[in-house]
Write a protein that binds this ligand. Structure first.
Ligand code: ADP
Length: 482
């Protein structure tokens, strides 16, 4: 169960199940001592009813007890016995000598002869009003609860009446049975209701997550989450997050300011430094040993200038001070300009470079300088990271609403784990090499490429396999981005 919503629903259902169990158990315990009350009251009533019927018959008839002509055994008058047949309970009527005069249908059907005799024995002793007798007759009937009353007004030959019933099946209160049978339905319903209620309450948290997710970089730090007033916790959460965003934005702005100021301040001294070194290099009196040192210094100064330029560009981008100057541009012109640089770069790196220029015009709203910078960055990287004898190809294809430029190389490639980081600032797959001068770089080029593509409303993607080569795909929309 990985969602809070699911956990709440299950927790709710478990607590309901536990309360239902406790409720059912307490009903069971409360009703347990009284479970036979109804049975006992019924035995008393039945015995009174039978006594009334027999007494009333004894007034109508000469005698309610007759003798069976064949066995000479005394028995209840057949007419009276027929009247009593409708009684469902155990009924036994005895005469004063303890002989059974009548046995109702229930005990006749369920008791053995010996069990009947044992029941008849207890029927001799009347039970005081409000009390009840219990006799265990063994299987299959088990315990029988009974009441015995004497009968005085039915003539001398009828002495006592036993009425009773087995206790089998009595015990589980009906409410308890009802609760247990309906428990699964109630539980399922409660899980559904719990899930829906939890979902409603979690929804604002989802909204906050979406809003925070929309804050993807420093440029969206001005955004705030909606003030949630629904509950105290949500109000606290939104207030805390907004306070955190304010602090983050403030820090981010100062950092941006610092980067912009620092790179700006470094620009002029670096230009002066470069001019000085260049002048010293070209001076005829400079000895060869010093010349070597100066050349190395110039390489480093150039690298620093490159970093400072890139940092300044990115700082301006972050501050929103790097506007694009869009104008309808035929991409073929740009590709033509790049082809010249490409052949020089290719020659230098002993890599075969080819730039495919489409035949028909591809006019797009572009910032010429920026797109040239983007393509040159990709081209420089491609030649830089391709071994001698490899190849670099630039292709361009028009699609329905965009133009797709691909820079494909057969170079060293990028490890799958590194791919998500290539557009991060200062990220380099092999940072150590930049210092040895083997593959110099700043780690800022692709971050700038990504900004240029996105600022045009387009995108840049990378596909690569270690040792096989890399493809950068730039997509630029045909529509005016305004
Ligand atoms: P750098 O100035 O170091 O080239 P980038 O931002 O242009 O900085 O590139 C970042 C890193 O991405 C590089 O250091 C390199 O590891 C990797 N990379 C970029 N382009 C390629 C490529 N065509 N082939 C292999 N790796 C590349």
């Amino acid at each position: 169960m990985r969602t809070i919503r699911g956990r709440l629903a299950v927790g709710y259902a478990i607590s309901l199940a536990v309360s239902m169990f406790v409720f059912a158990a307490s009903i069971y315990v409360a009703q347990w001592p009284e479970r036979f009350n109804q049975l006992d009251r019924r035995a008393e009533l039945v015995s009174d009813l039978v006594a009334d019927i027999v007494a009333e018959a004894s007034q109508r008839l000469d005698r309610v007890v007759t003798r069976n002509p064949s066995t000479n055994q005394p028995g209840l008058d057949e007419g009276v016995a027929a009247l009593l047949e409708s009684v469902q309970d155990y009924v036994i009527i005895l005469d004063s000598g303890g002989t059974i005069l009548y046995t109702s249908e229930a005990p006749r059907a369920s008791l053995t002869g010996a069990q009947l005799v044992r029941l008849a024995e207890v029927a001799r002793d009347p039970v005081p009003r409000g009390h009840f007798g219990v006799i265990d007759l063994g299987p299959p009937v088990g315990q029988i609860r009974y009441y015995v009353r004497p009968i005085a007004n039915a003539g001398p030959s009828v002495a006592s009446i036993l009425a009773g019933a087995p206790t089998i099946g009595v015990g589980a209160p009906r409410l308890l049975v009802g609760i247990l049978t309906s428990a699964p339905i109630i539980l399922i319903a409660s899980i559904i209701v719990g899930y829906v209620i939890a979902g409603r309450n979690i929804k604002p948290v989802d909204t906050i997550i979406d809003e925070i997710e929309a804050i993807t970089d420093g440029r969206s730090l001005h955004r705030r989450v909606v003030d949630m007033k629904e509950t105290e916790e949500l109000a606290r959460l939104s207030t805390t997050l907004n306070a955190m965003l304010v602090r983050l934005e403030r820090n981010f702005v100062s950092l941006r300011r610092f980067t912009a100021d620092a790179s700006h301040e470094l620009k002029t001294p670096l230009t002066v430094l470069r001019a000085g070194v260049e002048r010293a290099i070209t001076h005829p009196a400079t000895p060869p040993v010093v010349m070597e040192v100066l050349e190395e210094t110039l390489v480093e100064v150039n690298r620093m200038s490159e970093i400072v330029d890139s940092l300044l560009t990115l700082a301006r981008v972050d501050e929103g001070r790097a506007p694009l100057h869009l104008e309808p541009t035929d991409l073929r012109d740009l590709l033509g300009e790049i082809a010249e640089t490409a052949s020089i770069l290719g020659e230098h790196a002993s890599v075969e470079v080819s730039v495919g220029i489409p035949e028909s015009p591809l006019v797009l709203p572009l910032d010429r300088a920026r797109v040239r910078q983007l393509l040159l960055n990709l081209l420089t990287n491609a030649t830089k990271y391709t071994r001698k004898g490899g190849s670099v190809t630039i292709t361009c294809a028009a699609e329905a609403d965009s133009v797709v430029v691909k820079v494909v190389d057969t170079g060293v490639g990028i490890a799958a784990g590194d791919l998500p980081h290539v557009f991060d600032r200062f990220w380099r797959a092999d940072a150590a090499r930049s210092r040895t001068g083997q593959r110099p770089g700043t780690g800022l080029g692709l971050a700038i490429c990504q900004w240029i593509a996105e600022a045009h409303g387009g995108s840049i993607e990378v596909q690569s396999r270690r040792g096989e080569g890399t493809t950068f795909t730039v997509s630029l929309p045909r529509a005016d981005v305004g």
